[in-house]
Every structure is written in structure tokens, then in C-alpha cells.
Ligand binder design. Structure first.
Ligand SMILES: C[S@@+](CC[C@H](N)C(=O)[O-])C[C@H]1O[C@@H](n2cnc3c(N)ncnc32)[C@H](O)[C@@H]1O
Length: 195
């Protein structure tokens, strides 16, 4: 196991370092997979160590488990296919691989055009509520949020303190969280503008 971890975590730095392509298919992925692949971060695809993309059809709704997900290329593709009711779980034993997958988690979030506005009704936070280190809500200011955050705000104990508008009927693509993307910053010094 240590040798496997070392190979995938240390020896390989990109797909071009792979020592063999013996079992890889030369067939191009179908158009819907190819389109989803274009939405995956380049560092993730650059460290793809798999062979082909064994993703079956009719994936709207299920929970998919990707064992040996590596940097998560297929998991990020699957996340685009399972829809709002589905979920994807990636498991890997190589920390370096998982670090890449996690680093780009925010970059891959889904945009359904939802907006959240904090009502200022938490007694301890009358002016600003910080959900975490990259979700800062000024009272009354509408902020674009990605699907998971909208759920986190609307369907939990925070629900009574937020007005969340929009649902998941229209998928606008990936939330523009990439560095330099045009996401309205909620604070002047916001470094992680992804909501
Ligand atoms: C051929 S790579 C494929 C990685 C990824 N699916 C991809 O397409 O880029 C195999 C992956 O399986 C992981 N792996 C191998 N044995 C494992 C085990 N017993 N438990 C968890 N992960 C394992 C390795 O760490 C490696 O990331």
C-alpha cells in the first residue's frame, strides 16, 4: 500500500508521468461527458491517472461512490450528472491526491442563480453574519450563493434569519469561484469570494 501511495502521491505529478497506458481506452467520451469534463479544473484533469471514463447513463438522482477517486476528475464529472437530488462520494487513500481534489472543491460549485439576504435577526449579529471564513453576509445585502450554501441557509436553523430566493430548476453552470471571477465580493478584503 505504501508503494501505491508513493506512486500516486509522489512519483506522479501529472498524467504524462504515468508509467503505462496499457489498459487505457482510446475511445473519446460521449458528448455529455466531454462537456462535463470541460467544467473540471485543469489541475484535477492534469492529474487524471485513470483509464477511460466508465460512467453509465441515467444518472439523475442516485448516490455514486467513486472508490479510488484520486484528484476527483470523475467525481466532479458525476456531480454534474446526478442532479440536485443525487450526490457523489469520492474515496481515496493517497493524501496528495485528495489535497488536489479538496483544493478545487469551491471552484466546482453549482450555480442555480440563487440569492441569499441576511435579515439581521440574530441578536448577537445585528449587522453582519459570518457563516464561515468565506461566507459573509451584511444585513439586508443580497448575495449570490451556490446551491449547497442556499440549502445550508434555507433548510437549517438559519432558515428563519435568511431570505433565500430561487430554486434549483435552472442550472446556470458552475459558480464563478475561480480566482478573478466576477463574483460580487461581500467584503472589501474578501480573498475567497465564493459563496
Ligand atoms: C489508477 S489511480 C486512479 C485515480 C482516479 N480515479 C483517476 O481517474 O485519476 C488509482 C487510485 O486509487 C487509489 N487507491 C488504490 N488502492 C486504494 C485503496 N485500497 N483504498 C483507497 N484508495 C486506493 C490510489 O490512491 C489512486 O489514487
Amino acid at each position: 500500500m505504501a508503494a501505491v501511495r508513493d506512486y500516486y502521491g509522489t512519483v506522479l505529478a501529472s498524467s504524462s508521468d504515468l508509467k503505462t497506458s496499457a489498459c487505457c481506452t482510446a475511445t473519446a467520451p460521449p458528448p455529455h461527458i466531454a462537456a462535463a469534463l470541460k467544467q473540471v479544473h485543469e489541475e484535477v484533469t492534469g492529474r487524471f491517472y485513470g483509464c477511460g471514463t466508465p460512467i453509465p447513463p441515467a444518472l439523475d438522482g442516485p448516490t455514486v461512490l467513486d472508490l479510488g477517486c484520486g484528484t476527483g476528475r470523475d467525481a466532479y464529472v458525476l456531480a454534474q450528472l446526478v442532479g440536485a437530488r443525487g450526490q457523489v462520494i469520492g474515496v481515496d487513500m493517497t493524501e496528495e491526491q485528495l489535497a488536489v481534489a479538496r483544493r478545487h472543491q469551491g471552484w466546482h460549485t453549482e450555480d442555480y442563480g440563487q440569492i441569499a439576504a441576511y435579515r439581521g435577526t440574530l441578536a448577537e449579529h445585528p449587522h453582519v453574519f459570518e457563516l464561515d471564513d468565506h461566507h459573509r453576509f451584511e444585513t439586508g445585502r443580497p448575495v449570490p450563493v451556490y446551491g449547497n450554501t442556499a440549502d445550508m441557509l434555507a433548510a437549517t436553523r438559519y432558515g428563519q434569519h435568511f431570505t433565500v430566493t430561487g430554486d434549483k430548476t435552472t442550472h446556470f453552470g458552475l459558480f464563478p469561484c475561480a480566482p478573478g471571477a466576477a463574483v460580487p465580493a461581500t467584503t472589501a478584503d474578501s480573498t475567497a469570494a465564493c459563496c
